[in-house]
Design a protein around this ligand. Sequence first.
Ligand SMILES: Nc1ncnc2c1ncn2[C@@H]1O[C@H](COP(=O)(O)OP(=O)(O)OP(=O)(O)O)[C@@H](O)[C@H]1O
Ligand SMILES: [Mg+2]
Length: 189
Amino acid sequence: MNELSPLEPVRRNVEEIGKGAKRAAELASQMLAYSGKGHFVIEAVDLNNFITEIANLVGVSISNSIDLKYQFAINLPTFVGDATQVRQSIMYLIINASDAIGHESGSITLATGAMYCDREYLDEISNTSDSGNPLNVGTYIYFEVTDSGSGMDAATLDRIFDPFFTTKDNGRGLGISAVLGIVRGHQGQ
Ligand SMILES: Nc1ncnc2c1ncn2[C@@H]1O[C@H](COP(=O)(O)OP(=O)(O)OP(=O)(O)O)[C@@H](O)[C@H]1O
Ligand SMILES: [Mg+2]
């Protein structure tokens, strides 16, 4: 690429091919994340750290009129997980929040916490027919994103976990599906 002069017409084509390959790779990784078949690399995940890091990264590309707020639990335990997948999930949720606000001014709040989940609670929230693998009783770490954006009507809310469901002109409808796959891959719900 560096050997091609900026004036060379073929340079544009090579750039387009590069962008296309990047988009295809990202799409493949989202679909793998959804199916839970992605490459899994285990390490201790410090969620507060990860969120700060991703928010700084994504913050550059979101509108200046959006105020990012943090409500982090202190002494949040780490959990064992795949750093790349956890980062991906955080990013998709922040981007959705930013999309929902658009160019208006608004705020996004990023909160974390730990919660003890007993059998009764887990049975209530888990769709066992779906996973066939009831979750273990214990402490779960959560990440919550709140935005002041458009919100969703009931029909949209009903479908957000469907792969390829989108209400956006240029959306692919894979963000939330990928997050679901990643959370399931981490024995969460
Ligand atoms: N924070 C939010 N506020 C309002 N609606 C939302 C929010 N997050 C998701 N949605 C709705 O859920 C749909 C699905 O979201 P999802 O992230 O899966 O796909 P997408 O954002 O449309 O496309 P992409 O694959 O590029 O992420 C969105 O199109 C939108 O209608
Ligand atoms: Mg999205």
